[in-house]
Design a protein around this ligand. Structure first.
Ligand SMILES: Cc1cc2nc3c(=O)[nH]c(=O)nc-3n(C[C@H](O)[C@H](O)[C@H](O)COP(=O)(O)O)c2cc1C
Length: 191
C-alpha cells in the first residue's frame, strides 16, 4: 500500500494534560497503514490547509475522529476543520462527494460517567442524543457510520482502565487496517 488508508484526525486542545487521548493517539501511530493528523499541533493558529486535508481524505478509506468531548460536542479546532474541509461540491451536494463510501469512526472520551447521561442525570439525556450532529454529518457526506468507541468517565480512569481501553482501540484499528489492506468494502460493524 503506497498511502496509509486510515486517517486519524486527532484534536486535543491540551494534549499534555490528556491521560487517555494522548495514549490512544500513540496506539494509532503504531498501527501500520495509519496516518495521524494532529490538528492542534499542525495548525496552532487555526489556519487549516484545506487542500492538504482534501488530499489526505481522498487517499483514506476510513476516517477516525479522535478527540475528547467538549461542551457536548467536538473541540473548536475540529469544528473549524469541518467548516474548512467539508465544502459543498466536494464533500456533499452536487459535485464530487469525495467522502462517499468512506468509514466515519468517532473515538471519543467524556469526563462524566455513564450515569450522567440519562434523564435526570447531570447531562439530562442519553449520550447518543449528543451524537446526532456527528451521525448526520457522516450521512450528508455519504459516509458509513461506524459504531463509536466511547470511554465515559475518562477524567477518573485508572491505569488499568486506560490500558484496557487502549487495547480495544488498537485491536479495532488494526482490524480495520487489515480489512483495508485486503481491499475489503465497508467498515461496518466490528473489526
Ligand atoms: C472545556 C471542557 C469541556 C468539556 N465538556 C465535556 C462534556 O460536554 N461532557 C463530558 O462528559 N465531559 C466534558 N469535559 C471533560 C473531558 O471530556 C475529559 O476531561 C476528557 O474526555 C478526558 O480525556 P483526556 O484524558 O484525553 O483529556 C470537558 C472538559 C473541558 C475542559
Amino acid at each position: 500500500m503506497s498511502e496509509p488508508s486510515i486517517l486519524v484526525i486527532y484534536a486535543h486542545p491540551a494534549p499534555q494534560r490528556s491521560p487517555v487521548n494522548r495514549r490512544l493517539v500513540e496506539e494509532a501511530r503504531a498501527v501500520p497503514g495509519v496516518r495521524v493528523q494532529d490538528l492542534y499541533e499542525l495548525y496552532p493558529d487555526f489556519d487549516i490547509d484545506g487542500e492538504t486535508e482534501h488530499a489526505l481524505l481522498a487517499a483514506a478509506h476510513l476516517v477516525v475522529f479522535l478527540h475528547p468531548f467538549r461542551w457536548y460536542g467536538m473541540p473548536s479546532m475540529l469544528k473549524e476543520w469541518m467548516e474548512v474541509v467539508l465544502q459543498p461540491g466536494w464533500a456533499y451536494g452536487k459535485g464530487e462527494c469525495a467522502l462517499r463510501g468512506k468509514g466515519y469512526w468517532l473515538v471519543t472520551t467524556t469526563g462524566s460517567g455513564p450515569e450522567a447521561y440519562r434523564p435526570g442525570g447531570l447531562h439530562g439525556r442519553p449520550f447518543a442524543d449528543f451524537l446526532a450532529p456527528f451521525e448526520q454529518t457522516a450521512a450528508l457526506c455519504g459516509m458509513d457510520w461506524i459504531e463509536p468507541l466511547v470511554m465515559h468517565g475518562a477524567a477518573r480512569a485508572d491505569a488499568a482502565a486506560i490500558d484496557a481501553h487502549a487495547a480495544e482501540f488498537r485491536r479495532r484499528l488494526a482490524g480495520y487496517a487489515g480489512m483495508a489492506l485486503a481491499a475489503a468494502t465497508p467498515y461496518l460493524g466490528e473489526a
